[in-house]
Write a protein that binds this ligand. Structure first.
Ligand code: NAX
Ligand code: ADP
Ligand code: K
Length: 491
């Protein structure tokens, strides 16, 4: 799994890796440029107009110059735009400057007519992880003008101005694509930077995962290739008991849809037996909507042990007696999943937190997390609070949103790469709760259940939205869960 490494350690990492491989820093830059070039060719073959590459004075600019050479030699029309005297630029920038083919036009930022950029491609290689202050002067002016131009815009490593690990102050390049090297920088995964990053592509430059481990800050990026290893294997003799018996608690007058979606999602994820405990008068909603589900009228707390996992909260309402909730939590000896109104009741009764079984999974969206843990000035602070919360309460916290972050009781954090904006639709979180509870019930440990649930939920959203776009609803997501197994080649 990819490590997310702090921006200010990237140059140390580069040096250490280059040394261990007996290569120069220029060789590593060339690898980065080649990986960008290959990505570019895949997306913009035969692009007829000019490609303008804006090169800052550091190694990000050096990448830009190397890319200019590779593109020109492949037949593209290329111009580079420079900002500093070559002698004031980084060593590898200087080497790549001397290697520029004659066919590459060299322009100085002052003389650039921005009208020329219309319908062209603008590649931003001004600053990467080395940005250390807000943009100003010629850089800010250029970025402001670039942001107004009607052209395809691609950032190399980071959109210039976006800090690798903190929140942007001032302005930054607004990219359609950000091609980031080896691992996504944390700054690309936070909502405050959503207007700048565009689609994020992680380009491999050949630094092996074990090598990255020595720079670990226990933050990881979860990709499709990681998922199969978290899954359990079942055999030909597996029976419905092996696939788990789960109990979902929730639903209230007018909110039965939430627990219905949750239970249908659990079935589609593979649960053997799904029981729902909901108001008895409302049982028809479940029995008509999901005939496979058993509705429970009442249960004795001492019988909870027959369930492999419990999910609590979707549509539960706020009228629930907190003492009853506490007794449920105290009577179950394995991890539970808590979402929605379950979380809201916890926020109002923080004394219940200590009753939560260790390694349980809480799935708040940002608002729910703030109700639980207080308000925060930005996502960086929120992620840090999530870490403290998970460590202190020994729970897994699934902080939902784009790049959902799973925080573990040991403080490590896993950022999800699947999903899209069309998933911001009513009930989508209830589907996730059903999926994670289902995996717990199938015998997965909490981390595996959370990772598989979050990733496949996002993947189901991506697959379902191909045809539905913003018309996608939560039922579409859950009906597409089976396709995710096919897509991931999981039996
Ligand atoms: N493994 C990797 O991640 C690799 C990284 N490489 C590239 O190297 C980049 C990092 O290079 P550098 O460390 O040289 O950093 P940058 O090229 O991002 O910028 C550093 C330069 O910009 C100046 N600067 C910073 N903020 C400024 C501001 N607001 N206004 C004016 N000047 C400012 C600094 O003083 C310094 O001269 C990466 O982002 C990536 O593009 C690749 O070449 C090789 C592999
Ligand atoms: N822009 C987005 N990109 C990726 N996933 C998203 C995005 N917006 C929402 N989601 C996902 O959709 C789900 C929404 O959950 P939640 O906010 O609890 O919705 P609801 O309360 O309506 O069920 C979460 O899993 C979240 O990660
Ligand atoms: K850049």
């Amino acid at each position: 799994m990819l490590e997310i490494i702090e921006g200010n350690r990237v140059s140390e990492l580069d040096k250490a890796f280059a040394k261990s491989e007996g290569m120069s820093s220029w060789d590593l830059m060339e690898r980065a440029a080649i990986s960008f070039f290959n990505w570019f060719k895949l997306h913009f073959t035969n692009f007829p107009n000019e490609i303008f590459i804006f090169c800052g004075p550091g190694n990000n600019g050096g990448d830009g110059l190397a890319v200019a050479r590779l593109l020109e030699m492949d037949g593209f029309k290329v111009a580079v735009v420079t900002f500093e005297d070559v002698l004031n630029c980084s060593q590898d920038y200087q080497i790549n400057f001397t290697k520029l083919p004659l066919g590459v036009k060299v322009l100085v930022y002052e003389s650039l007519e921005f009208d020329l950029l219309k319908n062209c491609i603008c590649i931003d290689a001004i600053f990467g992880v080395g940005v250390n202050r807000p943009l100003s002067g010629k850089y800010l002016k250029t970025i402001n003008s670039l942001n107004k131009v009607n052209a395809k815009k691609i950032a190399i490593d980071l959109p210039s101005g976006i800090p690798a690990d903190t929140i942007l102050e001032g302005d930054a390049f607004q990219a359609d694509f950000t091609c980031t090297f080896q691992f996504p920088k944390l700054g690309l995964l936070i909502p405050e930077h959503a207007d700048f990053t565009g689609k994020i592509e992680v380009l491999d430059i050949g630094i092996p995962e074990p090598f990255l481990k020595s720079f670990s800050q226990k933050k990881y990026y979860v990709q499709k290739k990681d998922i199969p290893s978290f899954h359990r294997k079942f055999n030909n003799f597996s029976h419905k008991g092996d696939f788990g018996r789960i109990l979902l608690i929730g639903g209230d007058q007018g909110k039965m849809g939430a627990i219905l979606l949750c239970s249908r999602a659990a079935l589609r994820t593979g649960s053997g037996l799904v029981h729902v405990f909901a108001p008895w008068d409302e049982r028809l909603v479940i029995q008509v909507g999901a005939p496979e589900v058993m509705v429970v009228n009442d249960f004795s707390l001492s019988d909870l042990g027959i369930f492999d996992a419990i999910g609590i909260g979707p549509g539960w309402g706020l009228e629930v007696d907190p003492n009853y909730f506490e007794m449920i939590l105290q009577s179950f000896n394995s991890p539970v999943v808590i979402d929605a109104d379950g979380l809201n009741i916890l926020s109002k009764n923080p004394n219940l937190l200590k009753a939560i079984p260790p390694n349980s999974i809480l799935t708040p969206h940002i608002k729910e997390f703030e109700r639980l843990a207080g308000s925060f000035k930005d996502q960086i602070e929120r992620l840090e609070k999530a870490r403290e919360f998970s460590i202190n309460h020994k729970v897994f916290l699934v902080l939902k949103g784009a790049f959902t972050c799973i925080t573990c009781p040991d403080g490590s954090q896993y950022f999800n790469s699947s999903g899209n904006k069309y998933m911001a639709t009513a009930g989508s979180g209830d589907v996730l709760t059903g999926m994670i509870t289902s995996f717990l019930g199938q015998g997965y440990d909490s981390l595996s259940a959370a990772i598989c649930g979050v990733f496949q939920h996002g993947l189901a959203g991506e697959l379902a939205s191909v045809k539905k776009r913003r018309g996608m609803v939560a039922s579409d997501i859950l009906e597409t869960i089976p396709q995710t197994y096919l897509n991931l080649d999981i039996e």
